[in-house]
Structure formats: structure tokens, C-alpha cells
Design a protein around this ligand. Structure first.
Ligand SMILES: [Zn+2]
Length: 136
């Protein structure tokens, strides 16, 4: 089915928040916690193009790390609690924050990859904006 048939395709952010298919917005993207399904169970989009690599982990660790570290520093400066308080709040906060955001961020990156047709660079395509690998 052509992409033009999907008038209600989600934006990358919507697809990320719903963890759904970037083309139809209805099918499931994941088969496990972070393992992608082979294809959409609604529209049949093959998820073989999806390869966000370490992108989700990088964005999640950076974002959650900055946020948790900022809260840690603020609590330390303002309240000066004993170190065990930080131990039982900072590490679980970091762990739960990462686990809670990994799936949406991965889904968002897969949707952005699909919408922008991002793929690995190829030598044949350098300098050619009209390059289509299917015409080789
Ligand atoms: Zn779909």
C-alpha cells in the first residue's frame, strides 16, 4: 500500500509516545520490551529499515542523567541530606527514568527514520539529491 493512502500518519513524536507504527499509527512497533516486531500487524510495513542503533540509549542516558543529576545537586545544596538518601533516590530515579523513556525514544527515532527516509550513507549517493538506490 502506498504511503499516500495514510492520511492520518502520526508525527514522529506521536508515534514515539504511542509506540506505534510510523505509517498507519495503529500497529504495534515492539514485540518485546525493546525488540522491534518484524512488520506492522495492521498495515504490513516492514520494519527492516529501522536501525536506530545506540541513538535511544544515548538520548535517554543524556537526558535522564542531566535531569537526575540536576535534582541531586539541588537537593544536596538546599537540604544537605545524608548520603544514603541520595543512594536510595538517585539510582532508582536514574534507573526508572531510563526504563520509562527508552521505548518512546526508540519509537520516536524509528518514526523519524521512516518519515525522513534516513539510511546509511552510500558512496554512490554523494552529491546527488535525486539518488534512488532502487534504480541501481
Ligand atoms: Zn502500520
Amino acid at each position: 500500500m502506498a504511503d499516500a493512502a495514510y492520511h492520518h500518519a502520526p508525527t514522529p513524536v506521536e508515534a514515539g509516545l504511542k509506540c506505534c507504527c510510523p505509517r498507519c499509527g495503529e500497529g504495534k512497533l515492539f514485540r518485546g520490551f525493546l525488540k522491534l516486531a518484524p512488520a506492522c500487524d495492521r498495515c504490513g510495513l516492514d520494519y527492516g529499515f529501522a536501525d536506530p542503533a545506540d541513538g535511544p540509549a544515548f538520548f535517554v542516558m543524556s537526558g535522564v542523567g542531566i535531569l537526575v543529576t540536576a535534582v541531586f545537586a539541588w537537593v544536596e545544596v538546599v537540604y544537605r541530606p545524608p548520603m544514603w538518601v541520595h543512594l536510595v533516590t538517585v539510582f532508582p530515579g536514574f534507573l526508572l527514568g531510563c526504563l520509562a523513556t527508552l521505548r518512546p525514544v526508540k519509537s520516536w527515532l524509528v518514526a523519524a527514520q521512516y518519515i525522513h527516509k534516513a539510511e546509511e550513507g552510500r558512496f554512490e549517493s554523494l552529491g546527488r539529491h535525486d539518488f534512488d538506490p532502487r534504480r541501481l
